[in-house]
Every structure is written in structure tokens, then in C-alpha cells.
Design a protein around this ligand. Structure first.
Ligand code: TMP
Length: 215
């Protein structure tokens, strides 16, 4: 049974906080688990991420960007995700193929046909069984991301994606909402413009309902 659960959303949607909370809950209950992320879920993926996020690469074309995310995914799926699914683990993944549809397909304008082709090759056709989409207005998300960057590091190191315009991030948000419209059964839409605990309660309920169905 495919137990791949993905966490998606715009910058500052809080999905990484939420994946950690769910992982802690499941680990305490001894649920066999892999927690991972894209593009940096493998050592090779981390190196690819260094190229993708480096602000000096501002002139990277959209196609290169899409292929690099897919290169990281190809490695990740073969090295980590498939072995974990084959051992019947629940896999919690912070971003996966839907991010390529939303960011490179919708926001960069490469279109869903091209993205489907390269996504299918890189993921060997593996699709998430459940996707939690953390949704909130772009202004609120970017403000959270900026606050986090100010806490964590020098704001001048904000990455290539966070630096993009409001219009770009709105296209990402709408891109995600379009995929959800096309595949409502796989998605759970979560209002992420609330406090961490309220969001966590929703996310946990959806994950536990899914895991119950698998047993
Ligand atoms: P984050 O998950 O920490 O927000 O960082 C990942 C960044 O990479 C984020 O800006 C979205 C971007 N991204 C894409 O543009 N396409 C992809 O396929 C993936 C996995 C991520």
C-alpha cells in the first residue's frame, strides 16, 4: 500500500513546522516512518539545491530549474522513497511533484504537459496517496517567511524563490488550487492562516484517518 503523504504550500505556509509535529506524534507511537523533503532529501539533492537556491544563479532559465528539481526527485525516489514504501513505512515528504507543477508549470509558465512528462520520468510514476495543502494569502505567507529569515539568518541571504514577486507567488498559490480542483480525492485543503495548534489538529486528523484506512 502506498503511504506517501506530501505537504505542500506557498512560502511561509508553515508546512515544515507541521510535518515536524506530525512526525513527532507518529514517532512517539512507534509508527514506522520516513520524514524527508525535496529537493534536499538526499546528499545529491542537497548539492542540486545549492545550485537552485543560490541567488548568483538569477539567470537560470525555467527549463534548467525544472530539470534540476526533477533530477533531485529522481535520486530521492530511487534512493529513499521506494525503499521506504517497500518496507511499508509511512513517508512524510515536504514538497514533491505538485511543487513542480505549481512553481515551474504554473508560475514559471512551462505548462502542465511538459511538467507531467518530466515528473513522471523522475518519480517513476509514483504519486502521493494523500496531499495536505496548506493554503493562505500570499501576503501573509511572505511576511511569515521574512520573519523566519530575519530570525534565522541575514535577510540578504533570502533565496532565489523567496525573492520572487507577489505575482509569482500568487501564480504558485493558484497553481496548487488548480491541481486540487483536478484531483479532489487526493487533497486535503487546510486553512494555514491560523495558529500552529489549530492547523496541527486538522493536519493530524487527516493523517490519522488516512493511516487508519491503510490498516
Ligand atoms: P521550502 O520547501 O523550504 O519552501 O523550499 C523549497 C523551495 O523550492 C521553495 O521555494 C519551492 C521550490 N521548489 C520548486 O520550485 N519546485 C519543486 O519541484 C520543489 C520540490 C521545490
Amino acid at each position: 500500500m502506498n503511504k506517501l503523504i506530501t505537504f505542500e504550500g506557498i512560502e511561509g505556509s508553515g508546512k515544515s513546522t507541521q510535518i515536524n509535529l506530525i512526525a513527532r506524534y507518529l514517532t512517539e507511537r512507534n509508527v514506522p516512518l520516513l520524514i524527508t523533503r525535496e529537493p534536499s532529501g538526499t546528499d545529491i539533492g542537497s548539492k542540486i539545491g545549492d545550485i537552485l537556491f543560490n541567488r548568483e544563479n538569477y539567470h537560470m532559465c525555467a527549463e534548467t530549474e525544472a530539470f534540476l528539481f526533477c533530477a533531485a526527485r529522481a535520486q530521492h525516489v530511487r534512493e529513499k522513497i521506494i525503499p521506504a514504501l517497500n518496507s511499508n513505512k509511512v513517508v512524510l515528504c515536504d514538497r514533491f511533484s505538485d511543487a513542480t507543477y505549481a512553481y515551474q508549470g504554473a508560475a514559471r509558465g512551462l505548462g502542465s504537459e511538459f511538467i507531467k512528462l518530466i515528473n513522471d520520468y523522475s518519480s517513476l510514476g509514483i504519486k502521493p496517496a494523500l496531499t495536505l495543502l496548506f493554503d493562505l494569502p500570499v501576503e501573509a505567507g511572505l511576511q511569515r517567511a521574512t520573519d523566519r529569515d530575519n530570525l534565522l539568518k541575514d535577510a540578504s541571504t533570502t533565496d532565489r524563490f523567496e525573492k520572487e514577486s507577489m505575482e509569482f507567488h500568487n501564480k504558485v498559490r493558484n497553481g496548487y488550487l488548480d491541481i486540487l480542483k483536478n484531483e479532489p480525492a487526493r487533497f486535503r485543503l487546510i486553512d494555514a492562516d491560523r495558529d500552529i495548534d489549530a492547523i496541527h489538529q486538522d493536519a493530524l486528523r487527516y493523517v490519522l484517518d488516512f493511516i487508519d484506512l491503510c490498516d
